[in-house]
Design a protein around this ligand. Structure first.
Ligand SMILES: [Zn+2]
Length: 208
């Protein structure tokens, strides 16, 4: 992927966006598609981790409505053999970044989404309690799109501005917090590139 596609001036995020995010938990540029699969965060849990995932339904196919249907418990499980295998599973993520960079939000960032499962980050278990879960539409071995890196960086910087306990070091893959059980976002996710895009986006926001 040509880097020039990834690095470009993103719209600066204003302080107003950051404050609104802390108040409402809603990402301003995301389409709201509420999922019933969430609960309150435990009393005193500080939002301090960002978890990167991937998902595609059916696996390897992009662009359909199935991910949104799945997170909203209205997937037609008879429509595909794989869907039968995941019938009855109630999960969610805060955000989904589609291949074209469009962002869908299922759960307020203030609430606890059900994306991490049994998990541990630096000795702290139950990552759902204190993390924001972001799904990239994709698979472990399909390169993610420049739009996805760009939008993920934009969301991450906005979240870090709103909750400074999230730092660059506290952005992890699902594979990192549930090793041996989960592999996403997989080898296709270029962490070095993401770090560079994150910096680039941060500089653009600060007008450096
Ligand atoms: Zn995952």
């Amino acid at each position: 992927m040509p880097d020039s596609d990834v690095f470009s001036a993103s719209l600066p995020d204003s302080g107003a966006d950051r404050n609104a995010l802390r108040e409402t938990g809603r990402v301003p540029f995301a389409r709201w598609c509420p999922s019933p699969n969430f609960g309150p965060r435990p009393e005193g849990a500080a939002i301090s981790l960002l978890v990167v995932h991937n998902i595609s339904l059916p696996p390897g196919q992009f662009g359909g409505p199935e991910i949104e249907d799945f997170f909203c418990n209205c997937l037609d499980h008879s429509a595909h053999p794989y869907f039968e295998a995941i019938a009855g599973i109630q999960v969610s993520a805060h955000l989904l970044i589609r291949r074209d960079g469009n962002v869908v939000q299922f759960v307020s960032l203030l609430d606890r989404a059900w994306h991490a499962g049994r998990s541990c980050f630096e000795g702290q278990e139950e990552c759902n309690d204190f993390s924001i879960g972001i799904e990239l539409e994709g698979t472990d071995d399909t390169p993610y799109t420049p739009e996805q890196y760009r939008k993920l960086a934009q969301v991450a910087n906005l979240a870090m501005a709103a909750w400074p306990d999230i730092t660059d070091r506290r952005i992890a893959g699902h594979c990192d917090i549930a090793p041996g059980r989960k592999t996403d976002p997989g080898p296709a996710f270029d962490w070095e590139l993401f770090a560079a895009v994150l910096d680039d986006n941060r500089s653009a926001r600060k007008g450096v």
